[in-house]
Write a new protein. Sequence first.
Length: 278
Amino acid sequence: MLRIGCHLSSSKGFLHMGKEAVQIGANTFQFFTRNPRGSKAKEIDEKDVQAYHKFAEEHGISRILAHAPYTLNPCSKDAHTREFALMTMEDDLKRMEYVPGNCYNFHPGSHVGQGAEEGIRLIADTLNQILKKEQHTTVLLETMAGKGTEVGRSFEEIRAILDKIDLKDHMGVCLDTCHVYDAGYDIVNHLDQVLEEFDAVIGLECLKAIHMNDSKNPFASHKDRHEKIGEGSLGTETFRQMVNHPLLAGIPIYLETPNELDGYAREIQMLRDMEKCP
């Protein structure tokens, strides 16, 4: 059975997200740790978290995914911007200890003309400062489309960051289907080969999450615009292959398509229907 959910608003707390997930047929979900375009984070309501844990256990919800704000750039030219990213991510990881055993995903950032090598060094430096041996959260690097000077546009760049991390057992990767297709990895016609390349360069053991999104753009466009499942350039058959691929079995799926809750419910059911019975 697929472990699948979508991005939900965290404005009303963990219990509310858990109830919305069940309402749409999900058994996991993704959420922003704070305002995606700012720095403000709500205070953690411990009673809400306790109620969520009980509800999640009763309804089989697990492996939820926190997403850092899009605006963070740990490889910026500007030292203040880098410091802001470090402080925000460090605080997010402290807050994630209220829901231990889950993952925290972030966009590696943009090197803004410094070059990918320097961007990789700066990202790894930030991670080495915030990762703690005692933490119970796995931090995920997201594969990127290669828009502008984004770092993480290739499996090699993701690998290069991971190679510089001290606490490697606290790290993983989130593969975004829209991003990798836009970056030039042809998962439509050559899914097996792309997964083989991922395994050879990064290692499939590092793949902890999948952002399942169609794309509004053609192959290798480096643009990053998500589309509803089956309505973009990836097409329905690509997702059918993915939900049934043995190398991807058991990896949780999170939808970030342009939908409201009813649309997510339809997509979740559609993907469940695609999954072949064992």
